[in-house]
Design a protein around this ligand. Structure first.
Ligand code: SF4
Length: 452
């Protein structure tokens, strides 16, 4: 393929961002360069997300905004991928005559071939075949950073929560072979990456479909032995599948960080049943207690959906109680909005936006107070930070994360040395806490070094 420029527009969750790194990697290998300049692009790809309200309308208006570019350059190839593409398929080609290519979430590895077909045959193609192929996992990835990497360990989801489109957009659960995961992580370690986050819609059910005698805790134990990798994280965990074995492994393995994202979604058991979540608030709280007992320094975050159909004042009260009891370090809060393809979209007792907004603001305010209080407790303490880079907003400072996933900006005595610290584990004394970050000063490099 002669050298061309690719503009890649990404929307949505971490999984989508990772898919975009893959799109960029595989097309770059075919000689295509990334550009931020839409006017200078030969190929524009929209990697879409269906999680937000009115996602489809938003995608069609984003596609619409590309019309003038196509008018200016009739050879421009416009592709649409991601969850909305997976659901809409051919319909996008019918509604948007200037779109050339629609591809599904498991077909990224086919992109060079599909683009060639569009170029050479002038065909408009929709390929949303949802069969898993390992080729998708083996496709090259153009990573955004050089210290931390995302990588997928499984695809799809079998849980069918009544509000969620993922099982329809990303298909049934499919675990990636252990050797393929390990080989990618070893490669990352050789390239100098220090931290990996393992991605999956429900990592806790890893291995169930492989026919091999391996589960997620076993996988973590194997990855923990990879030389060069200093930290391991993972998202997302489903509460019903969080086992005692996993809690023990998290407590025992030195590289697995003391941080867990465990989506509760709602505090009321009736709402949890309507959501088809497969656990009660009591089950969830027991697991939280076990986590806190086994890993006292653990930081917890969660997802909460406010205003699920039929949520009463009493149900909402239970959600507020859970937030207070667990004392999360952070919450990802969503107002419920119906997705056409899901059962909850036709539940009769939908709530008004006014009610949802008021409840949303209440939990948000409560959580801000809790987060600030928890961050304040760190003032005066020394925390381990993996240095990710220079702080672009503060001259001479560095930025990194604690094992508990908190962002730390810190200064050092000799700012001229700051570049040599990138990728190191360092100890930082926390001087000040904010809502979304901590501020501190470097004490020493872990395991010695000239600051020790
Ligand atoms: S477990 Fe997560 S990804 Fe799977 S259906 Fe439920 S909300 Fe969606």
């Amino acid at each position: 393929m002669p050298e061309k420029n690719l503009a890649l527009l990404t929307f949505g969750c971490q999984m989508n961002k990772y898919d975009s790194e893959k799109i960029a990697g595989i097309l770059q290998k075919s000689g295509i360069r990334l550009t931020d300049d839409l006017d200078n692009a030969d190929i524009v790809i929209l990697n879409t997300c269906s999680i937000r309200e009115k996602a489809e309308q938003k995608v069609y208006s984003q596609i619409g905004r590309l019309t003038p570019l196509k008018k200016k350059n009739s050879k421009l190839i416009i592709g649409v991928g991601g969850c909305v593409a997976q659901i809409q398929g051919e319909k996008i080609l019918q509604r948007a005559p200037h779109v050339d290519l629609v591809f599904g979430t498991l077909n990224i590895y086919k992109l060079p071939h599909l683009i060639r077909e569009v170029e050479e045959k002038g065909e408009r193609i929709a390929d949303i075949d949802n069969d898993y192929s390992e080729d998708n996992d083996l496709a090259p990835v153009k990573r955004e950073g050089s210290i931390h990497a995302w990588l997928s360990i499984m695809h799809g989801c079998d849980n069918y929560c009544t509000y969620c489109v993922v099982p329809y957009t990303r298909g049934r659960e499919k675990s990636r072979p252990k050797e393929s995961i390990l080989s990618e992580i070893r490669g990352l370690a050789e390239e100098g990456f220090k931290e990996v986050t393992l991605l999956g819609q429900n990592v806790n059910s890893y291995g169930r479909d492989t026919g091999e005698d391996i589960d997620f805790p076993d996988l973590l134990s194997i990855i923990d032995r990879v030389k060069g990798i200093k930290r391991i994280r993972f998202i997302t965990s489903h509460p019903k599948d969080l086992s005692d074995k996993l809690i023990k492994v998290m407590a025992d393995l030195p590289k697995v960080c003391e941080y867990l994202h465990l989506p509760i979604q709602a505090g009321s058991d009736r709402v949890l049943t309507d959501m088809n979540r497969g656990y009660t608030s009591g089950d969830y709280l027991k697991k939280i207690d076990r986590l806190k007992e086994s890993i006292p320094e653990i930081a917890l975050s969660t997802d909460i959906i406010i205003g699920f159909p039929g949520e009463t004042d009493g149900d909402f009260e239970k959600t507020r109680d859970i937030v207070k009891k667990v004392c999360y370090d952070g919450i990802y809060l969503f107002k419920y909005s119906p997705r056409k393809e899901t059962p909850a979209a036709i539940f009769s007792n939908q709530l008004s936006d006014t009610v949802k907004r008021a409840r949303f603001e209440e939990i948000l305010k409560l959580q801000k107070e809790i987060t600030l209080k928890k961050n304040k407790e760190l003032e005066g303490k020394v925390v381990e930070v993996l240095v990710e880079g220079e702080d672009k907003n503060a001259n001479g400072k560095l930025i990194g994360r604690t094992r508990t996933n908190k962002i730390v900006n810190f200064s050092i005595d000799m700012p001229e040395d700051r570049k040599s610290l990138i990728g190191e584990l360092v100890n930082v004394s926390i001087l000040k806490s904010n809502l979304y970050s901590l501020e501190g000063i470097l004490i020493n490099i872990k395991g010695g070094g000239k600051y020790a």
